[in-house]
Design a protein around this ligand. Structure first.
Ligand SMILES: [Zn+2]
Length: 182
């Protein structure tokens, strides 16, 4: 079906007897898909072309595979979580990347570098207000720290706000203070 065209039966419910009549009427007609689908032969060729060593990702496993860990926001098609509104639409991948860069791609709580994480650093909203995308409300956290700060929210909000005012770019100091909690 050409792009942009709405299926004739979209949103319409076909009563059972109409459907029967329809299927009778369709009997003997050539399939609308006839001639459009790939032949078995070309399918086979396609498969072979991407099998084993012909596949550019052959032998690449784990971190070497370009799709390693790339789901959600790590996917090239990820659009900044716009499907999970109420995130501000400006809180997109580019903004998050800018915050990560500002934080030297290092978790601002435990100090682990992004390179040592399975996933990219999360960009955390310090006041838990997803609409507030001011730079000083955003901070890069590794996944485990990001999970941790979902508890004791009040504590962490104050903690990060103070940290922002003080020594934001020194994760070790943050880490020391963070470890007092446990
Ligand atoms: Zn961390």
């Amino acid at each position: 079906m050409p792009k942009g065209q709405v299926a004739w039966n979209k949103g319409k419910k076909t009563p059972d007897d109409t459907r029967k009549k329809l299927s009778l009427a369709m009997l003997g007609r050539p399939s609308s898909r006839k001639g459009k689908h790939q032949t078995e032969e070309s399918n086979q060729k396609n498969r072979e072309a991407h099998l084993g060593e012909n596949n550019p990702n052959f032998g690449r496993t784990g971190g070497k595979h370009p799709m390693f860990g790339r789901c959600g926001e790590l996917s090239p098609t990820w659009q900044g979580g716009i499907s999970f509104l109420p995130y501000s639409s400006e809180f997109n991948a580019a903004l998050k990347e800018r915050i990560r860069e500002h934080d030297n791609h290092t978790c601002q709580l435990c100090g682990v570098p992004q390179a040592e994480c399975i996933r990219k650093l999360a960009v955390h909203h310090i006041d838990y207000d997803k609409e507030n995308i001011a730079d000083d409300n955003l901070i890069s956290l590794c996944i485990s720290c990001n999970t941790m700060v979902n508890f004791n929210r009040e504590y962490w909000m104050k903690y990060f706000q103070e940290a922002k005012l003080g020594n934001r770019s020194n994760p070790e100091i943050l880490h020391e203070r963070g470890s007092q909690v446990y």
